[in-house]
Write a protein that binds this ligand. Structure first.
Ligand SMILES: Nc1nc2c(ncn2[C@@H]2O[C@H](COP(=O)(O)OP(=O)(O)OP(=O)(O)O)[C@@H](O)[C@H]2O)c(=O)[nH]1
Ligand SMILES: [Mg+2]
Length: 306
């Protein structure tokens, strides 16, 4: 996606909160009121209290040190700080064959849709993909993934509703060997991060993957609905306690998400945002690009580019 497409996709998110930040930075002198308003706007954008405080403190310190006087100078600084914060120093997961993506998250965040979008992207990249419908709770969930599989011409491993998702994942790993698969994408059922039994089930899926993929690699990705705001941070923290999360996929950024929760999560857990979902179609998934993301959220106060 090019910067313009990011701007279009994030138009609502930008207008709902980030536009306010940029407008604030456009004209104002750096009065105490300015700093208070900036703090309030960052909180409102779902950045969370800790990150907001540390950002504002860093901005103030630099403004004092460098004698910055105008809002637009703070804009430039804030832009680079935000981009910097979105680049956590975690090592990227080296993908080996088969590379297993385990998608986890609370109910309705977009796991199944994202599994299909990822399958679409990987297939287009020439990789052999296998989908595993490890949401065995609902017959409809299996069906939903099977429909995507048919559309994409990607094989889906599924099982009887109510069967053990660990066993299904085992079958998927075996099928991957037999089929010379490059990527296995595992769709799991939605679970509240507060449900311990269900979190234990995820740990089992994870153990099965570790045990049966031999020389392969794996990544656990948390699918997070960006419109859920600060609760998203609580979800991310709880999932991170139960399972080793490698990254986050922020979905529904095309809605009126505040978008800031992505910054809060990267800051608090030190894991990267890997992809973002910006619509319901297969094409609406983009590899995360911190710079394009920040530029799409912040309206440039000088050029007023939208
Ligand atoms: N606007 C928009 N809608 C999305 C996006 N991703 C998913 N959705 C929609 O969100 C709804 C839920 O998506 P699912 O993929 O079924 O979510 P899930 O996490 O698999 O849900 P459960 O399996 O019930 O936990 C569907 O209507 C999707 O079309 C996105 O990036 N943008
Ligand atoms: Mg689902």
């Amino acid at each position: 996606m090019d910067p313009k497409q990011w701007r279009t996709a994030l138009a609502k998110t930008r207008r709902s909160t980030f536009g306010r930040i940029a407008t604030l930075l456009g004209a104002t002198e750096l009065t105490p009121d300015f700093w208070e308003e900036l703090e309030a706007a960052l909180i409102q954008a779902d950045m969370g209290g800790n990150l907001t405080k540390s950002l504002v403190m860093e901005l103030q310190e630099t403004a004092n040190l460098e004698g910055l006087l105008r809002g637009e100078e703070i804009y430039t600084l804030l832009r680079s700080l935000l981009i910097e914060r979105l680049n956590p120093s975690t090592e990227p997961v080296l993908s080996k064959k088969p590379h297993v993506l385990i998608l986890v998250g609370v109910n309705g965040t977009g796991k199944t849709t994202t599994a299909a979008k990822l399958a679409f992207a990987q297939t287009n990249a020439g990789l052999r993909v296998l989908l595993a419908a490890a949401d065995t709770y609902r017959a409809a969930a299996q069906e939903q993934l099977s429909i995507w599989g048919e559309r994409l011409d990607v094989h889906v491993i599924s099982a009887e509703p109510g069967s053990d998702p660990g066993a299904l994942v085992h079958n998927a790993c075996q099928a991957a060997h037999a089929r010379n698969t490059d990527v296995i994408i595992i769709d799991t059922s939605g679970r509240m991060h507060t449900e311990h039994n269900l979190m234990a089930e995820l740990q089992k899926i994870y153990r099965v993957v570790c045990k049966f993929i031999d020389n392969g690699s794996h990544e656990v990705l948390l699918i997070l609905d960006a419109t859920t705001g600060q609760n998203g941070l609580a979800q991310a923290q709880a999932f991170a306690e139960a399972i080793n999360l490698d990254g986050v996929i922020l979905t529904k950024l095309d809605g009126s998400a505040k978008g800031g929760v992505g910054f809060a999560i990267v800051d608090s857990l030190g894991i990267p945002v890997r992809f973002v979902g910006m619509g319901e179609s297969l094409e609406d998934l983009a590899v995360f690009d911190p710079q394009a993301f920040v530029d799409a959220l912040l309206l440039d106060p000088v050029s007023h580019a939208v």
